[in-house]
Design a protein around this ligand. Structure first.
Ligand SMILES: C[S@@+](CC[C@H](N)C(=O)[O-])C[C@H]1O[C@@H](n2cnc3c(N)ncnc32)[C@H](O)[C@@H]1O
Length: 340
């Protein structure tokens, strides 16, 4: 039962990671069915979206409507929208990232223009990205959770999922993971500034070449380190130099603009490698995956991140560290570490 006297949060996550969300927020689960892809949490006055790894979306929950009639869902939903804030900057109709949820997305697409028009007619919906967004989340066709998001403390993508498109020539679907990471961790201005043609990158654990392909598509020159072969167009691209070496031993002769790393290894070992690269001045920007096949994922992640923070803090280095479980991440999370 939701306690109406306490703030309530609606959080979306990858199905199966509900417990990890609870553990990292330290909030009380009010609704958290395993593999549902969402949670209702209470007992925390404030949560910061950027500090959460397993939460795809962080919303303030205002209430719910049960027993929505098939013939007229509009009236009860309009009645349930809270009077404050008076105006919303966007309307998102959302569903869980489950097979059942996907079957509802046809309905939400059809329903969106109806609700949107009703809200625009009453001037409650305007186009202003600075205003809170209204989210109506449908766990089923009969039930809706009414929530809002603060644009400065949430994800701006529908369902909390940044959609990226596949390149026909990409050697693996991992191409999408790095594409998504750039969308999530860098805004458009940063992408234009930090992913410029002729910049340099090292990709550790590069084979078959999806991440390397993402980098060369953005014009970067890449040293791809892996004992395994690069596939397809990545095997012969002039901007890719493939080295069959141990990714833990390789260091570039000159500093590179980016280090990316997708080696399947213990998170602690990858964390220590990142520290060596940053303290050794080999790069100022890194995106890397930490594989979390273990049960105690939050604990293993915390230990690895503490290693990085502890070592960089000790040297007085200024840096920005962000960690998210991306839509394309399975039993793993993606980290963006940047100097400055
Ligand atoms: C998950 S795959 C990488 C997929 C790649 N990011 C892509 O987009 O195609 C992991 C790769 O890490 C490589 N790997 C694991 N340990 C390594 C090491 N010590 N040195 C170099 N490569 C390593 C494996 O050979 C494997 O190709």
């Amino acid at each position: 039962m939701i306690d109406p006297t306490l703030p309530a949060w609606l959080v979306y996550c990858r199905p199966g990671f509900e417990r990890d969300c609870i553990e990292e927020t330290q909030a009380k689960p009010v609704e958290a069915a395993e593999n549902s892809g969402y949670l209702v949490l209470q007992g925390k006055a404030r949560l910061a979206y950027k500090q959460l790894t397993f939460a795809r979306q962080l919303l303030t929950l205002h209430g719910e409507v049960r027993g929505l009639p098939e013939r007229d869902r509009l009236t009860p939903l309009l009645d349930a929208i809270p009077p404050v804030p008076e105006r919303y900057g966007a309307l998102y109709l959302e569903v869980p990232d489950t097979n059942d949820g996907k079957t509802l997305s046809g309905f939400t697409k059809r329903f969106q223009p109806l609700l949107e028009q009703a809200l625009r007619d009453s001037e409650r919906l305007v186009d202003d990205p600075a205003l809170p967004r209204l989210h109506i989340f449908f766990p089923s066709e009969e039930r809706a959770l009414i929530a809002t998001s603060d644009p400065r403390n949430s994800n701006d993508a529908l369902n909390g999922i940044h959609r990226v498109s596949m390149s026909a020539d990409a050697p693996s679907r991992s191409y999408l993971k790095l594409a998504e990471a750039f969308e999530v961790f860098l805004d458009k201005q940063e992408q234009a500034l930090w992913l410029k043609p002729k910049m340099t990158a090292v990709d550790l654990g590069a084979a078959p070449g999806g991440w390397t392909w993402q980098l060369v598509q953005r014009g970067l020159k890449v040293i791809a380190v892996d004992n395994g072969p690069l596939k397809g167009a990545a095997a012969s691209h002039p901007d890719i130099k493939h080295l069959r070496q141990d990714g833990f031993k390789f260091r570039p002769k000159r500093p590179v603009d980016w280090l990316v790393c997708d080696m399947v290894e213990q998170p602690q070992r990858v964390a220590a490698l990142m520290v060596e690269w940053f303290l050794g001045g080999h790069t100022s920007n890194a995106i890397f995956n930490l594989k979390l096949p273990m049960k105690k994922k939050v604990e293993a992640l915390r230990t690895a991140l503490d290693t990085i923070r502890g070592a960089l803090n000790k040297k007085g280095m200024r840096y920005k560290l962000e960690v998210k479980q991306l839509y394309h991440d399975r039993e793993e999370v993606t980290v963006c570490l940047r100097k400055g």
